[in-house]
Design a protein. Structure first.
Length: 325
């Protein structure tokens, strides 16, 4: 394992506890809610209520355009356009009101409206960085509430950890690893802590069991990234860094799936905190999305084989090789 790989693996050891502590710190600094609480979540003794099928994680939101604002297909021009209403002569005439005895007939006058005041139009927003839906309907939450996962929280003095009821090496990775990966987009406790900590425990002790499960991990990772939530993206990036260095040939196995993973990374690649000549003291917590994406892309290139760079470059055009340069 190379030096950058060892550094990434060492820094990602306590992601679950660090995320929990950061929420608590932000609550005291900014007054934001300490922890996320979904409306469907009840008490710790109840099952989460069913979520509407219309709510999907990372789904696009409807624009809400009124029907008459949509363009109409024109047979003459063979394209969609906003057609103007055809006017009749009656639109330019009106009857004199009140009717005068000396002039009982109608009067032709212009009904054309005066020039409207020019209203400045604000710049449209594409919403590329807008947080999308992230409903509490993960497979991890469903299995955990049903009691099908052999895990429990072990409360310790210096930080909690997972108490596994069976040996991790004996678990069926084809069954459990995708379930834990699906829980990476959770933002509510204790589901987030258990999912994130469980993923790192499975990756650290998985060895050769991880490689055959790679195709099953792509959809959960893609769904979590599509939420466009900085907190969720940061956790997923740290998990990807640990995944790449967890075994041999895992980096090469991820190359065919760059088209599903990297589009969101390309959007957030330059989302850095610009302080000018100031000092970013929060850098030690590794919460800057731009830096995490750069580290992740470099690890993917180093462990992805000879075809990794050209595939990364295709999806992230601004990426520069850390090996060739």
């Amino acid at each position: 394992m190379t030096a950058p790989s060892m550094a990434a693996a060492t820094q990602n050891l306590n992601v679950a506890s660090a995320t929990l502590a950061e929420d608590y710190v932000q609550h005291h600094l900014t007054g934001a809610p300490a922890f996320t609480k979904h409306r469907e979540s009840l008490s710790c003794f109840d099952r989460t209520l069913d979520v509407s099928p219309k709510k999907r994680a990372g789904a696009h939101e409807s624009i809400g355009v009124v029907g008459n604002e949509l363009p109409t297909y024109s047979k003459s021009s063979l394209r969609y356009a906003h057609l103007s209403k055809k006017k009749s002569p009656g639109d330019y005439q009106k009857r004199r009101n009140p009717v005068h005895d000396e002039a009982p007939g109608g009067a032709t006058t212009s009904l054309a409206k005066g020039r409207k005041e020019v209203v400045s139009i604000s710049k449209p927003k594409s919403g590329a960085f807008k947080i999308r839906q992230n409903p509490p309907n993960t497979e991890f939450r469903r299995f955990y509430e049903r009691g099908d996962l052999p895990i429990a929280i072990e409360h310790r003095g210096v930080g909690n950890r997972i108490a596994w009821k069976v040996e991790v090496e004996k678990l069926d990775y084809h069954h459990y690893l995708p379930i834990f990966f699906d829980g990476l987009r959770e933002k509510e406790e204790p589901y987030r802590f258990l999912a994130v900590e469980g993923v790192f425990d499975l990756l650290r002790q998985g060895g050769s069991k991880i490689l055959p499960v790679i195709p099953q991990l792509i959809i959960p990772v893609k769904t979590a990234l599509n939420t466009r939530d900085a907190a969720v993206i940061g956790v997923v990036l740290k998990v990807l860094q640990q995944l790449v260095v967890s075994g041999e040939m895992i980096g090469e196995a991820l190359v065919p799936y760059y088209r599903q993973i990297l589009p969101v990374l390309n959007i957030f690649k330059n989302k850095n905190i610009n302080l000018g000549d100031g000092i970013f003291y929060n850098q030690r917590k590794r919460l800057n999305i731009g830096d995490l994406i750069q580290e992740t892309l470099e690890l993917l290139e180093m462990h992805g084989g000879e075809d990794a760079f050209i595939n990364i470059k295709y999806m992230v055009p601004t990426f520069e090789s850390c090996i060739l340069n």
